[in-house]
Design a protein around this ligand. Sequence first.
Ligand code: FPP
Length: 255
Amino acid sequence: MDADNTISLKEKIDLERLPKHVAIIMDGNGRWAKSKGKPRVFGHQSGVTSVREAAESAAELGIPYLTLYAFSTENWNRPRFEVTALMRLLLQTINDEVVTLNKNNIRLNAIGDLESLPKLNRERLLRAMDETSKNDRMTLTLALSYSSRWEIVQAARKLAELVENGSCKAKDVDQACFEGLLTTKGMPDPELLIRTSGESRISNFMLWQIAYAELYFSQKFWPDFRKEDLYEAILDYQCRERRFGKTSEQLTKKK
Ligand code: FPP
């Protein structure tokens, strides 16, 4: 797509009706690399450019929360070589990008079982989160060693402990209290969930939080995902009627 088209797509977006939180399942790095006769790791490396493009375009538009599924609990089962390469890439990207995040007033956040990350990754990640903690233009959350079932089980365990030690009564358990025990505490739920690579699955990602999210499946492999692809997803989102269980007529009357 040429630059003119990109601008016109961006201009079509209604800035008053942006999703407050966009979440992305970045998929297709391996297939993208394979289609070019390259090793899978080349796909992951190339995917970093798309991470940058997505973060830049979301911040420029004024989207306050962007969450990227970077490494799932299940990804630990990949060949050791690929896991090591992904961890190295993550470390390198965090090192390279902290200055830019600060320049652009973006806070880095992470959700997932961070204890399971290699020590160096965890330490550098926590330091980067601390170094960007005062930024308030956008929160960029990386889901790392994350899976929704892991998150829900750890929330249930914490809740059981609270009930066990008497700080909470079973009859007082409600959605708000459960949400407060999830790793996304304090964040709005994603209103738009994008998955690349043509797969139409959620793959254990933010299952609680996406209860009312609009789903958008892009045919592009993640390394090919560019700013205009995010604009297209947002334009598609803005054409949807979000009813939250109500009828169309109820929504029209309210206007
Ligand atoms: C899915 O493609 C992608 C991943 C498991 C890793 C995502 C990582 C990056 C984009 C690079 C680093 C990211 C950050 C945030 C620094 P896949 O390997 O499952 O592709 P396939 O389905 O074609 O095999």
